[in-house]
Design a binder for this molecule. Structure first.
Ligand SMILES: [Zn+2]
Length: 430
Protein backbone atom coordinates (compact mmCIF):
# COMPACT_ATOMS: atom_id res chain seq x y z
CA UNK A 1 0.00 0.00 0.00
CA UNK A 2 1.34 3.42 -0.97
CA UNK A 3 0.57 6.03 1.64
CA UNK A 4 1.06 9.78 1.79
CA UNK A 5 0.60 11.98 4.82
CA UNK A 6 0.22 15.73 4.24
CA UNK A 7 0.97 17.58 7.48
CA UNK A 8 -0.20 20.97 8.72
CA UNK A 9 -1.65 22.39 5.52
CA UNK A 10 -4.68 24.64 5.19
CA UNK A 11 -7.16 22.35 3.45
CA UNK A 12 -9.61 24.16 1.17
CA UNK A 13 -12.51 22.29 -0.43
CA UNK A 14 -15.99 23.45 -1.40
CA UNK A 15 -17.02 22.88 2.22
CA UNK A 16 -13.83 23.03 4.31
CA UNK A 17 -11.29 25.61 5.37
CA UNK A 18 -9.12 24.22 8.15
CA UNK A 19 -5.54 23.50 9.16
CA UNK A 20 -5.22 19.73 9.22
CA UNK A 21 -3.42 16.57 8.11
CA UNK A 22 -4.60 14.38 5.26
CA UNK A 23 -3.78 10.68 4.91
CA UNK A 24 -4.02 9.17 1.42
CA UNK A 25 -3.75 5.42 0.85
CA UNK A 26 -3.56 3.95 -2.64
CA UNK A 27 -4.89 7.15 -4.13
CA UNK A 28 -7.91 7.44 -1.82
CA UNK A 29 -8.31 9.89 1.07
CA UNK A 30 -8.45 7.78 4.27
CA UNK A 31 -8.34 10.33 7.07
CA UNK A 32 -8.64 14.07 7.52
CA UNK A 33 -7.86 15.26 11.03
CA UNK A 34 -5.54 17.41 13.05
CA UNK A 35 -2.30 15.84 14.21
CA UNK A 36 -2.46 12.45 12.53
CA UNK A 37 0.30 10.15 13.74
CA UNK A 38 0.02 7.44 11.06
CA UNK A 39 3.18 6.22 9.42
CA UNK A 40 3.37 6.81 5.65
CA UNK A 41 5.67 6.16 2.72
CA UNK A 42 5.82 9.87 2.04
CA UNK A 43 5.34 12.67 4.56
CA UNK A 44 4.74 16.09 3.02
CA UNK A 45 5.15 19.17 5.18
CA UNK A 46 2.50 21.68 4.04
CA UNK A 47 3.02 24.23 6.80
CA UNK A 48 2.05 27.66 5.48
CA UNK A 49 0.61 26.17 2.29
CA UNK A 50 -2.89 25.63 0.94
CA UNK A 51 -3.97 22.08 0.09
CA UNK A 52 -6.40 22.16 -2.85
CA UNK A 53 -8.10 19.26 -4.67
CA UNK A 54 -6.54 18.60 -8.08
CA UNK A 55 -7.97 20.90 -10.75
CA UNK A 56 -10.50 19.65 -13.30
CA UNK A 57 -10.21 21.32 -16.71
CA UNK A 58 -13.49 20.62 -18.50
CA UNK A 59 -12.40 22.02 -21.87
CA UNK A 60 -9.16 21.05 -23.63
CA UNK A 61 -8.15 20.15 -27.19
CA UNK A 62 -4.99 18.06 -27.19
CA UNK A 63 -3.73 16.94 -30.61
CA UNK A 64 -6.73 18.51 -32.30
CA UNK A 65 -6.71 18.29 -36.10
CA UNK A 66 -7.43 21.80 -37.40
CA UNK A 67 -6.70 23.69 -40.60
CA UNK A 68 -4.26 21.12 -41.93
CA UNK A 69 -2.28 20.88 -38.71
CA UNK A 70 -2.68 19.70 -35.09
CA UNK A 71 -2.79 21.64 -31.84
CA UNK A 72 0.80 21.51 -30.64
CA UNK A 73 0.27 19.69 -27.32
CA UNK A 74 -0.41 15.98 -27.61
CA UNK A 75 -2.00 14.09 -24.73
CA UNK A 76 1.45 13.47 -23.22
CA UNK A 77 2.88 17.00 -23.21
CA UNK A 78 -0.51 18.60 -22.55
CA UNK A 79 -1.33 16.49 -19.52
CA UNK A 80 2.20 16.88 -18.09
CA UNK A 81 1.71 20.64 -18.38
CA UNK A 82 -1.72 20.33 -16.76
CA UNK A 83 -0.26 18.50 -13.77
CA UNK A 84 2.57 21.02 -13.43
CA UNK A 85 -0.15 23.66 -13.20
CA UNK A 86 -2.27 21.90 -10.56
CA UNK A 87 -4.78 20.23 -12.90
CA UNK A 88 -5.12 16.46 -12.52
CA UNK A 89 -8.16 15.77 -14.71
CA UNK A 90 -8.97 16.98 -18.21
CA UNK A 91 -12.12 16.56 -20.25
CA UNK A 92 -11.20 16.76 -23.93
CA UNK A 93 -13.42 16.57 -27.02
CA UNK A 94 -13.83 13.63 -29.39
CA UNK A 95 -15.20 15.18 -32.58
CA UNK A 96 -17.43 13.19 -34.93
CA UNK A 97 -16.56 13.46 -38.62
CA UNK A 98 -19.45 13.41 -41.08
CA UNK A 99 -20.72 9.90 -41.70
CA UNK A 100 -18.72 8.49 -38.81
CA UNK A 101 -20.06 6.20 -36.10
CA UNK A 102 -19.77 7.76 -32.63
CA UNK A 103 -18.04 4.56 -31.51
CA UNK A 104 -15.32 5.10 -34.12
CA UNK A 105 -15.02 8.72 -33.00
CA UNK A 106 -14.59 7.78 -29.36
CA UNK A 107 -12.21 4.90 -30.18
CA UNK A 108 -9.95 7.24 -32.16
CA UNK A 109 -9.65 9.70 -29.31
CA UNK A 110 -9.28 7.02 -26.63
CA UNK A 111 -6.37 5.65 -28.66
CA UNK A 112 -4.70 9.08 -28.87
CA UNK A 113 -5.20 9.68 -25.15
CA UNK A 114 -3.47 6.45 -24.08
CA UNK A 115 -0.33 8.48 -23.53
CA UNK A 116 -2.07 10.91 -21.16
CA UNK A 117 -0.38 11.33 -17.78
CA UNK A 118 -3.47 12.51 -15.90
CA UNK A 119 -7.09 11.36 -15.77
CA UNK A 120 -8.63 12.05 -19.19
CA UNK A 121 -12.32 12.00 -20.05
CA UNK A 122 -14.26 13.02 -23.14
CA UNK A 123 -17.21 15.00 -24.36
CA UNK A 124 -18.34 13.63 -27.74
CA UNK A 125 -19.13 16.28 -30.36
CA UNK A 126 -22.14 15.41 -32.48
CA UNK A 127 -21.98 16.97 -35.95
CA UNK A 128 -23.90 14.47 -38.10
CA UNK A 129 -27.35 13.76 -36.69
CA UNK A 130 -29.20 10.73 -38.05
CA UNK A 131 -30.94 7.63 -36.68
CA UNK A 132 -27.68 5.80 -36.10
CA UNK A 133 -26.07 8.75 -34.30
CA UNK A 134 -29.06 9.12 -31.99
CA UNK A 135 -29.08 5.40 -31.25
CA UNK A 136 -25.35 5.43 -30.57
CA UNK A 137 -25.60 8.30 -28.07
CA UNK A 138 -27.14 5.84 -25.65
CA UNK A 139 -24.34 3.30 -26.19
CA UNK A 140 -21.70 6.01 -25.87
CA UNK A 141 -23.23 7.08 -22.57
CA UNK A 142 -22.80 3.51 -21.36
CA UNK A 143 -19.13 3.80 -22.31
CA UNK A 144 -18.74 6.58 -19.75
CA UNK A 145 -19.44 9.73 -21.76
CA UNK A 146 -21.82 12.05 -19.94
CA UNK A 147 -22.01 14.97 -22.32
CA UNK A 148 -22.48 15.69 -26.00
CA UNK A 149 -21.12 18.83 -27.61
CA UNK A 150 -22.98 20.71 -30.31
CA UNK A 151 -22.16 23.75 -32.43
CA UNK A 152 -24.19 26.72 -33.51
CA UNK A 153 -21.08 28.02 -35.28
CA UNK A 154 -18.99 26.48 -38.11
CA UNK A 155 -20.31 25.23 -41.40
CA UNK A 156 -20.34 21.45 -41.58
CA UNK A 157 -20.52 21.16 -37.79
CA UNK A 158 -23.45 23.30 -36.71
CA UNK A 159 -26.83 21.67 -36.21
CA UNK A 160 -30.21 22.79 -37.48
CA UNK A 161 -32.81 23.46 -34.78
CA UNK A 162 -34.49 20.22 -35.74
CA UNK A 163 -31.29 18.20 -35.28
CA UNK A 164 -30.41 20.09 -32.10
CA UNK A 165 -33.82 19.24 -30.64
CA UNK A 166 -33.39 15.57 -31.58
CA UNK A 167 -30.01 15.47 -29.81
CA UNK A 168 -31.48 17.23 -26.78
CA UNK A 169 -34.42 14.84 -26.53
CA UNK A 170 -32.13 11.84 -26.76
CA UNK A 171 -29.72 13.30 -24.20
CA UNK A 172 -32.57 14.02 -21.80
CA UNK A 173 -33.91 10.47 -22.12
CA UNK A 174 -30.52 8.90 -21.33
CA UNK A 175 -29.51 11.33 -18.56
CA UNK A 176 -26.77 13.13 -20.49
CA UNK A 177 -25.96 16.80 -20.87
CA UNK A 178 -25.78 18.84 -24.08
CA UNK A 179 -23.05 21.45 -24.33
CA UNK A 180 -22.77 24.09 -27.04
CA UNK A 181 -20.43 26.49 -28.75
CA UNK A 182 -22.72 29.48 -29.13
CA UNK A 183 -22.11 31.89 -32.01
CA UNK A 184 -24.52 32.52 -34.89
CA UNK A 185 -22.49 30.71 -37.54
CA UNK A 186 -24.19 31.90 -40.70
CA UNK A 187 -23.81 35.55 -39.79
CA UNK A 188 -20.17 35.03 -38.82
CA UNK A 189 -19.51 33.43 -42.21
CA UNK A 190 -21.20 36.29 -44.01
CA UNK A 191 -19.05 38.78 -42.08
CA UNK A 192 -15.89 36.84 -42.92
CA UNK A 193 -16.81 36.83 -46.63
CA UNK A 194 -17.42 40.60 -46.49
CA UNK A 195 -14.01 41.25 -44.91
CA UNK A 196 -12.26 39.06 -47.47
CA UNK A 197 -14.09 40.80 -50.33
CA UNK A 198 -12.98 44.17 -48.93
CA UNK A 199 -9.38 42.90 -48.69
CA UNK A 200 -9.34 43.46 -44.94
CA UNK A 201 -7.22 40.55 -43.81
CA UNK A 202 -5.28 41.66 -40.71
CA UNK A 203 -5.80 39.96 -37.31
CA UNK A 204 -7.70 43.00 -36.00
CA UNK A 205 -10.58 41.96 -38.31
CA UNK A 206 -11.05 38.61 -36.57
CA UNK A 207 -13.07 39.97 -33.60
CA UNK A 208 -15.08 42.23 -35.90
CA UNK A 209 -16.43 39.22 -37.77
CA UNK A 210 -17.59 37.57 -34.53
CA UNK A 211 -19.13 40.31 -32.36
CA UNK A 212 -20.46 39.69 -28.85
CA UNK A 213 -24.00 40.24 -30.10
CA UNK A 214 -23.84 37.06 -32.19
CA UNK A 215 -22.63 35.07 -29.21
CA UNK A 216 -25.38 36.47 -26.99
CA UNK A 217 -28.06 35.68 -29.57
CA UNK A 218 -26.79 32.12 -30.04
CA UNK A 219 -26.61 31.56 -26.28
CA UNK A 220 -30.18 32.75 -25.88
CA UNK A 221 -31.32 30.55 -28.76
CA UNK A 222 -29.53 27.43 -27.48
CA UNK A 223 -30.90 27.89 -23.96
CA UNK A 224 -34.43 28.42 -25.31
CA UNK A 225 -34.20 25.16 -27.28
CA UNK A 226 -32.88 23.35 -24.21
CA UNK A 227 -35.77 24.76 -22.18
CA UNK A 228 -38.32 23.61 -24.74
CA UNK A 229 -36.81 20.12 -24.73
CA UNK A 230 -36.33 20.01 -20.92
CA UNK A 231 -32.67 19.24 -21.58
CA UNK A 232 -29.85 19.92 -19.09
CA UNK A 233 -27.45 22.18 -20.93
CA UNK A 234 -24.02 23.77 -20.63
CA UNK A 235 -22.67 26.76 -22.55
CA UNK A 236 -18.92 26.55 -23.19
CA UNK A 237 -16.47 29.48 -23.20
CA UNK A 238 -18.79 32.41 -22.44
CA UNK A 239 -17.05 35.71 -23.12
CA UNK A 240 -19.46 38.62 -22.80
CA UNK A 241 -22.25 40.35 -20.92
CA UNK A 242 -24.85 39.34 -23.54
CA UNK A 243 -24.21 35.64 -22.88
CA UNK A 244 -24.15 36.09 -19.13
CA UNK A 245 -27.52 37.84 -19.29
CA UNK A 246 -28.99 34.98 -21.34
CA UNK A 247 -27.72 32.36 -18.88
CA UNK A 248 -28.89 34.34 -15.87
CA UNK A 249 -32.41 34.64 -17.22
CA UNK A 250 -32.51 30.92 -18.14
CA UNK A 251 -31.48 30.04 -14.59
CA UNK A 252 -34.06 32.51 -13.36
CA UNK A 253 -36.87 30.56 -15.03
CA UNK A 254 -35.69 27.44 -13.21
CA UNK A 255 -33.94 25.79 -16.11
CA UNK A 256 -31.16 23.25 -15.42
CA UNK A 257 -28.28 24.92 -17.22
CA UNK A 258 -24.65 25.74 -16.63
CA UNK A 259 -22.08 28.16 -17.97
CA UNK A 260 -18.33 28.12 -18.45
CA UNK A 261 -15.81 30.87 -19.01
CA UNK A 262 -12.02 30.84 -19.36
CA UNK A 263 -9.19 32.92 -17.84
CA UNK A 264 -8.43 34.61 -21.16
CA UNK A 265 -11.86 36.26 -21.20
CA UNK A 266 -11.48 37.42 -17.58
CA UNK A 267 -7.95 38.79 -17.94
CA UNK A 268 -7.22 39.69 -21.58
CA UNK A 269 -9.15 41.98 -23.94
CA UNK A 270 -9.48 42.84 -27.60
CA UNK A 271 -6.82 45.54 -27.51
CA UNK A 272 -4.46 42.57 -28.07
CA UNK A 273 -5.54 42.56 -31.72
CA UNK A 274 -4.38 46.16 -32.27
CA UNK A 275 -0.74 45.08 -32.47
CA UNK A 276 1.65 43.93 -35.18
CA UNK A 277 0.93 40.49 -36.62
CA UNK A 278 3.67 38.80 -34.54
CA UNK A 279 1.85 39.79 -31.34
CA UNK A 280 -1.77 39.91 -32.47
CA UNK A 281 -1.68 36.42 -34.00
CA UNK A 282 -1.09 34.90 -30.55
CA UNK A 283 -4.62 35.79 -29.48
CA UNK A 284 -6.66 34.41 -32.37
CA UNK A 285 -9.32 32.15 -30.90
CA UNK A 286 -13.10 31.83 -31.18
CA UNK A 287 -15.02 33.40 -29.67
CA UNK A 288 -12.43 36.19 -29.69
CA UNK A 289 -11.23 38.31 -26.78
CA UNK A 290 -13.80 41.00 -26.02
CA UNK A 291 -13.85 44.68 -25.11
CA UNK A 292 -12.67 45.21 -21.54
CA UNK A 293 -16.11 46.26 -20.28
CA UNK A 294 -17.18 42.60 -20.47
CA UNK A 295 -14.74 41.56 -17.76
CA UNK A 296 -16.58 42.89 -14.72
CA UNK A 297 -19.86 41.20 -15.71
CA UNK A 298 -17.92 37.94 -16.13
CA UNK A 299 -16.21 38.26 -12.75
CA UNK A 300 -19.58 39.08 -11.18
CA UNK A 301 -21.11 36.03 -12.85
CA UNK A 302 -18.45 33.62 -11.60
CA UNK A 303 -18.69 35.10 -8.11
CA UNK A 304 -22.50 35.03 -7.86
CA UNK A 305 -22.97 31.51 -9.24
CA UNK A 306 -24.36 32.40 -12.67
CA UNK A 307 -21.26 30.94 -14.33
CA UNK A 308 -20.39 27.58 -12.81
CA UNK A 309 -17.03 26.59 -14.30
CA UNK A 310 -13.71 28.11 -15.32
CA UNK A 311 -12.00 25.91 -17.93
CA UNK A 312 -9.33 26.77 -20.51
CA UNK A 313 -10.26 25.76 -24.08
CA UNK A 314 -6.54 24.90 -24.24
CA UNK A 315 -5.78 24.56 -27.96
CA UNK A 316 -2.22 25.76 -28.60
CA UNK A 317 -0.62 26.49 -31.95
CA UNK A 318 2.98 27.67 -32.26
CA UNK A 319 3.99 30.96 -33.86
CA UNK A 320 5.21 28.99 -36.87
CA UNK A 321 1.79 27.36 -37.24
CA UNK A 322 0.18 30.82 -37.00
CA UNK A 323 2.49 32.15 -39.70
CA UNK A 324 0.12 30.59 -42.27
CA UNK A 325 -2.27 33.44 -41.62
CA UNK A 326 0.18 36.34 -41.97
CA UNK A 327 -1.64 37.60 -45.06
CA UNK A 328 -5.11 36.42 -44.10
CA UNK A 329 -6.45 36.16 -40.55
CA UNK A 330 -8.91 33.42 -41.56
CA UNK A 331 -5.94 31.07 -42.08
CA UNK A 332 -4.59 31.43 -38.53
CA UNK A 333 -5.43 28.25 -36.60
CA UNK A 334 -7.90 29.21 -33.84
CA UNK A 335 -7.05 28.53 -30.22
CA UNK A 336 -4.66 29.54 -27.44
CA UNK A 337 -2.69 27.72 -24.72
CA UNK A 338 -3.67 27.85 -21.03
CA UNK A 339 -3.96 24.43 -19.40
CA UNK A 340 -0.89 25.07 -17.26
CA UNK A 341 -1.73 28.65 -16.28
CA UNK A 342 -5.41 28.26 -15.28
CA UNK A 343 -5.13 27.36 -11.60
CA UNK A 344 -2.48 29.96 -10.77
CA UNK A 345 -4.19 32.70 -12.82
CA UNK A 346 -7.52 32.13 -11.10
CA UNK A 347 -5.80 32.16 -7.71
CA UNK A 348 -3.78 35.29 -8.43
CA UNK A 349 -6.38 37.31 -10.35
CA UNK A 350 -9.39 35.88 -8.52
CA UNK A 351 -8.61 34.97 -4.91
CA UNK A 352 -5.59 37.19 -4.24
CA UNK A 353 -7.35 40.22 -5.74
CA UNK A 354 -10.44 39.59 -3.61
CA UNK A 355 -12.80 38.85 -6.51
CA UNK A 356 -13.65 35.28 -5.46
CA UNK A 357 -13.34 33.39 -2.19
CA UNK A 358 -11.05 30.41 -1.69
CA UNK A 359 -14.06 28.13 -1.67
CA UNK A 360 -15.50 29.62 -4.83
CA UNK A 361 -12.10 29.09 -6.48
CA UNK A 362 -12.30 25.36 -5.68
CA UNK A 363 -15.92 25.16 -6.84
CA UNK A 364 -15.21 26.84 -10.19
CA UNK A 365 -11.99 25.03 -11.03
CA UNK A 366 -12.42 21.62 -9.35
CA UNK A 367 -15.74 20.68 -7.76
CA UNK A 368 -18.35 22.03 -10.19
CA UNK A 369 -16.84 20.56 -13.37
CA UNK A 370 -16.45 17.21 -11.57
CA UNK A 371 -20.08 17.30 -10.42
CA UNK A 372 -21.56 18.49 -13.71
CA UNK A 373 -19.71 15.88 -15.77
CA UNK A 374 -20.21 12.94 -13.40
CA UNK A 375 -16.71 12.65 -11.93
CA UNK A 376 -17.49 13.69 -8.36
CA UNK A 377 -16.43 12.75 -5.65
CA UNK A 378 -13.60 10.71 -7.20
CA UNK A 379 -12.45 14.07 -8.60
CA UNK A 380 -13.00 17.66 -7.59
CA UNK A 381 -12.76 17.40 -3.81
CA UNK A 382 -10.75 16.00 -0.91
CA UNK A 383 -13.00 14.14 1.52
CA UNK A 384 -12.68 10.80 3.24
CA UNK A 385 -13.38 8.27 0.47
CA UNK A 386 -12.74 10.64 -2.43
CA UNK A 387 -9.80 10.46 -4.81
CA UNK A 388 -6.56 11.89 -3.49
CA UNK A 389 -5.40 14.24 -6.28
CA UNK A 390 -4.15 17.47 -4.74
CA UNK A 391 -1.81 20.38 -5.19
CA UNK A 392 -0.07 22.69 -2.75
CA UNK A 393 0.06 26.45 -3.20
CA UNK A 394 2.22 28.96 -1.39
CA UNK A 395 0.10 32.12 -1.11
CA UNK A 396 3.03 34.38 -0.23
CA UNK A 397 5.20 33.94 -3.31
CA UNK A 398 5.29 36.73 -5.90
CA UNK A 399 6.72 36.15 -9.36
CA UNK A 400 6.43 37.16 -12.96
CA UNK A 401 4.93 34.68 -15.41
CA UNK A 402 7.24 33.72 -18.28
CA UNK A 403 6.74 31.08 -20.93
CA UNK A 404 10.21 29.66 -20.30
CA UNK A 405 8.93 28.43 -16.91
CA UNK A 406 6.06 26.53 -18.53
CA UNK A 407 6.18 23.14 -20.16
CA UNK A 408 3.27 23.42 -22.57
CA UNK A 409 4.51 22.53 -26.06
CA UNK A 410 4.14 26.02 -27.49
CA UNK A 411 6.50 28.96 -27.78
CA UNK A 412 4.55 31.67 -25.98
CA UNK A 413 2.17 32.38 -23.13
CA UNK A 414 -0.64 34.89 -23.50
CA UNK A 415 0.21 36.04 -19.96
CA UNK A 416 3.94 36.70 -20.45
CA UNK A 417 5.15 39.22 -17.87
CA UNK A 418 2.00 39.14 -15.73
CA UNK A 419 2.70 39.62 -12.01
CA UNK A 420 1.47 36.59 -10.10
CA UNK A 421 0.71 36.19 -6.43
CA UNK A 422 0.91 32.61 -5.19
CA UNK A 423 2.92 29.70 -6.49
CA UNK A 424 2.08 26.04 -7.00
CA UNK A 425 4.78 24.13 -5.16
CA UNK A 426 3.71 20.60 -6.03
CA UNK A 427 0.91 18.56 -7.53
CA UNK A 428 0.20 14.92 -6.76
CA UNK A 429 -1.70 12.95 -9.32
CA UNK A 430 -2.98 9.60 -8.04
ZN1 LIG B 1 -13.08 24.41 -27.52
Amino acid sequence: MATQLIKNGRLITESRDEICDVLITDGIVKKISSKLTDTADQIIDATGLYIFPGGVDAHTHMELPAMGTFSSDDFKSGTLAAIAGGTTTIIDFANQSRGESLHVTLDKWLEKSKKAECATHFHVSVTDVNERTLQEMQEIKLRGVNSFKTFLAYKGMRLTDEHMSAVMQKATSIGALVTAHCEMGEEVEKNVADFIAADRLEPACHPLTRPARLEGEATEHFLALAHKNSCPSYVVHMTCKESVDALRSAKGRGQKCYGETCPQYLILDDSAYQQEFDQACKYILSPPLRAKHNQNPLWDAIADGTIDVVATDHCPFTLEQREKGRDNFTKIPNGIPGVQERMILMYSEGVAKGRISLQRYVELCCTNPAKIFGLYPQKGTLEVGSGGDFFLLDPNKHWKLANEQLQQNVDYSCYEGLQIQGQIVGCWNQ
